[in-house]
Design a protein around this ligand. Structure first.
Ligand code: KIV
Length: 273
């Protein structure tokens, strides 16, 4: 029997995500960066669309998420917002727009909300960015936290390996998650940590914990759409389940198009005016 109890018509809000956690309904979150794919993702019934700074990698071809700018994130957020009717839309605050000081963080978050019309923002980090998160929350902007592997800190970590395997880092993650919950974040993304640790955090905090590479004990899951659809085939971590081979489907279709053009088969009479 399906456990998908999603109401496919009611708008998803931050409050509704907390209600979903309370009744044990898992939250499905997926990235989107453009109008056309956001429309498909929303109509399929995904609960939360993340306009992730992974756009830096999958849309712009950068090696890390660091180069993407606030203007570029707003452009992606705006495109997604034009398509979405039901899902809650969260936009990632890009590297360098919130770590410096809380005033700058608030100004960046306000630009995202005002110019993209998105409904929430996501920031990477714990106690180090508490002041920025509190200031953004005080302006009535919903905030999603992001702990564990935080890709904007790749130059500090030096690797995308599993985080918080050691006790000290695990304890810090738990205390950061408690803090994010207490100050009023509406959800916390936890990336690439041991399943047992993520499950413990999900049990301890009131708000939903959305995992990526963090096991089945989380309140929901998030994946990068280009990875799970097999558009981006150069990324195969253990946690990734591929639901399609869109790169293969596109390659076959494009090759057939090339053949049809070269053979004079396209366009035919019915495809001409
Ligand atoms: O940018 C992104 O896509 C993300 C997810 C990996 C959670 O932050």
């Amino acid at each position: 029997m399906s456990t998908n109890t999603t109401d496919n018509t009611r708008k998803v809000t931050t409050r509704r995500l907390i209600e979903m956690k309370q009744r044990g309904e898992k939250i499905a979150m997926l990235t989107a960066y453009d109008y056309s794919s956001a429309k498909i993702v929303d109509e399929a019934g995904v609960d939360v669309i993340l306009v992730g700074d992974s756009a830096s990698n999958v849309m712009a071809g950068n090696v890390t998420t660091l180069p993407i700018t606030l203007d570029q994130m707003i452009y992606h957020g705006k495109s997604v917002m034009k398509a979405v009717k039901r899902a809650l839309v969260v936009v990632d605050m890009p590297f360098g727009t919130y770590q410096g000081n809380s005033k700058e963080a608030l100004a960046s978050a306000i630009r995202i909300m005002k110019e993209s019309h998105a409904e929430a923002v996501k920031l990477e980090g714990g106690v180090e960015i508490r002041e920025s998160i509190e200031r953004i929350l005080s302006a009535g902007i919903p905030v999603c936290g992001h702990l564990g592997l935080t890709p904007q800190s790749i130059n500090k970590f030096g690797t995308y390996a599993v985080r918080a395997r050691q006790e000290a880092e695990a304890e810090k993650l738990i205390s950061d998650a408690r803090m994010l919950d207490e100050i009023g974040c509406f959800a916390i993304v936890i990336e690439k940590v041991p399943a047992e640790l993520a499950a413990r955090v999900a049990q301890e905090v009131r708000v939903p914990v959305i995992g990526i590479g963090a096991g089945g004990g989380c309140d929901g899951q998030v994946l990068v759409m280009h990875d799970m659809l097999g558009i981006n085939k150069g990324f195969s971590p253990r946690f990734l389940r591929r639901y399609a081979d869109l790169a293969g489907i596109m390659d076959t279709a494009i090759k057939q198009y090339i053949t049809d053009v070269k053979d004079g088969d396209f366009p035919n009479g019915e495809e001409s005016y």
